[in-house]
Design a protein around this ligand. Structure first.
Ligand code: FES
Length: 81
């Protein structure tokens, strides 16, 4: 199970974390990966200036709301078995 966590702290929220979460939900649903990817929210990771902060199995990424699809394809999909 791959664990994706999106920061929903206030700084990341302002930078569009809700859109990142929705975008990831969409990618996961569209590719029928619900049983392989666990998506959750976390509060401030302490790296606000780099938001929207996302971790995939504890590896840190900064994901812009309009780059979710690209992020998913390059960083998440290769981990899916
Ligand atoms: S609000 Fe996201 S890292 Fe601080």
């Amino acid at each position: 199970m791959i664990k994706i966590k999106v920061c929903i702290g206030s700084a990341c929220h302002v930078k569009g974390s809700r859109r990142v979460v929705e975008g990831l939900q969409y990618q996961i649903a569209e590719r029928k990966l619900k049983d392989k990817i666990n998506l959750g929210g976390v509060f401030c990771m302490g790296r606000c200036e780099e938001g929207v902060c996302v971790t995939v199995d504890d590896k840190f990424y900064s994901v812009a709301p309009d780059k979710v699809k690209e992020f998913f394809e390059t960083e998440v999909l290769p981990l899916v078995k």
